[in-house]
Write a protein that binds this ligand. Structure first.
Ligand SMILES: Cc1cc2nc3c(=O)[nH]c(=O)nc-3n(C[C@H](O)[C@H](O)[C@H](O)COP(=O)(O)OP(=O)(O)OC[C@H]3O[C@@H](n4cnc5c(N)ncnc54)[C@H](O)[C@@H]3O)c2cc1C
Length: 342
């Protein structure tokens, strides 16, 4: 099998497939020295423990910062604090690097359906994230522009911090790493990235180590079909496995990898059942479509707390059920205040 893209999905899936005895080749568009895990490296420890165990890694070795609270500054001077229940930042770059191990990775190879011989492989897995290069375009796709700085020498910022933009058009973040380092950045539909300049002027001591970024897909799986084309199949952000309210894609992408493995393992014929895979992914991420609708309605200033109560309750109930997967408390009062404030 070939995997296109050596990000979180490609490295984890490649590793897990090889452990099962499959012959795997990975193709990555960046050069090896420039390959960087573009992301703010925040995710739930509860889930990353599980994926790491499955892959034979000890997640404790990768944790950079264990969060206690998340401060949220919302429009009109509303401030909320969330208790964190496992949200950490971790060394995602190292995690992916260790998963790749000694696997055959061809760097500096930007694959397209035109220049890649898919028929040389049983299956080609599109793990290209927001690029979705190997699959047909999805008509309902939706991406939000984002960029961030890796900073060092930042003082007095020991907790997770976000600033929510009016009408859910995006948010600013600062996520602490280790040794006074942190990721500071923003996703913003209007590309104004409010908060970035003021953060840098309030922290003149901070040194910029890297400026990185790319858009984040907010369109959920339901809007990202088809998931396959010929022998090519998408996994991770390429098919919309990102939580739309937060642009959080690490855990959803890894869940998607596990679904891929479950479907492959369950096949008696050795053939991958595309329809079964599509069905399970759509079911698993069904409520992401409700969350996406909330975000888009907010952006258009059309969200009505009464009229759209079913969507709001669906988001709350599903997030509450998966609280440990998110790594922060899910509280109805706070969620209502947050949605109203934005
Ligand atoms: C600025 C920013 C901050 C984020 N912060 C967080 C966060 O803190 N927590 C969180 O959960 N999520 C975060 N996300 C989202 C998360 O990073 C992604 O959803 C997740 O990494 C998706 O994993 P993936 O493997 O599907 O794709 P990616 O991790 O994007 O990997 C795709 C890989 O494919 C390669 N590639 C692309 N096109 C080609 C091609 N044609 N040929 C070969 N290789 C190709 C890319 O170079 C890349 O290595 C953030 C995203 C951004 C942009």
């Amino acid at each position: 099998m070939a995997i296109v893209g050596a990000g979180v999905s490609g490295s984890y899936l490649g590793h897990m497939l090889r452990r099962r005895g499959h012959e795997i080749e990975i193709f990555e568009s960046s050069t090896e020295d420039k390959h960087w895990a573009v992301c703010a490296w925040a995710a739930s420890k509860n889930m990353l423990n599980r994926f790491s165990n499955q892959a034979g890694l000890n997640f404790e070795n990768y944790i950079l910062h264990v969060g206690k609270t998340l401060r949220m500054d919302l429009p009109n001077h509303v401030r909320e604090y969330l208790d964190l229940k496992g949200l950490v930042t971790y060394n995602k770059q190292q995690w992916e690097h260790d998963l790749l191990g000694d696997m055959k990775v061809t760097y500096n190879r930007k694959c397209t359906p035109g220049n890649f011989s898919s028929d040389r492989y049983d299956y080609v897995i599109d793990c290209t994230g927001m690029h979705r290069t190997m699959l047909p375009r999805a008509p309902e796709d939706f991406l939000i522009p984002a960029y961030e700085y890796l900073l060092e020498n930042v003082h007095g910022m020991d907790e997770f911090y976000v600033v929510g933009y009016m009408r859910a058009k995006g948010y600013f973040w600062y996520f602490p790493l280790d040794n006074n380092r942190g990721y500071m950045g923003a996703g913003d539909i209007d590309k104004k990235y409010e908060g970035v300049e003021s953060f840098l002027s309030n922290h003149p001591e901070a040194r910029i180590v890297k400026k990185i970024g790319r858009p984040i897909r907010l369109a959920p799986p339901r809007r990202m079909r088809p998931f396959h084309s010929g022998n090519i199949v998408g996994v991770g952000e390429s098919i919309g496995c990102v939580f739309p309210m937060l642009g959080e894609g690490i855990i959803p992408s890894l869940i998607c990898c596990d679904i891929f493995l479950e479907v492959l393992d369950g096949s008696d014929s050795g053939k991958f059942d595309f329809e079964k895979y599509t069905k399970i992914v759509l079911k698993k991420f069904a409520y992401y479509d409700d969350v996406y609708r909330i975000v888009r309605l907010k952006m258009k200033n059309k969200l009505n707390m009464v009229k759209h109560m079913r969507l709001l309750l669906s988001m709350y109930r599903n997030m509450k059920r998966e609280e440990s997967r998110f790594g922060f408390e899910v509280n109805l009062d706070k969620m209502t205040r947050l949605v109203k404030a934005l």
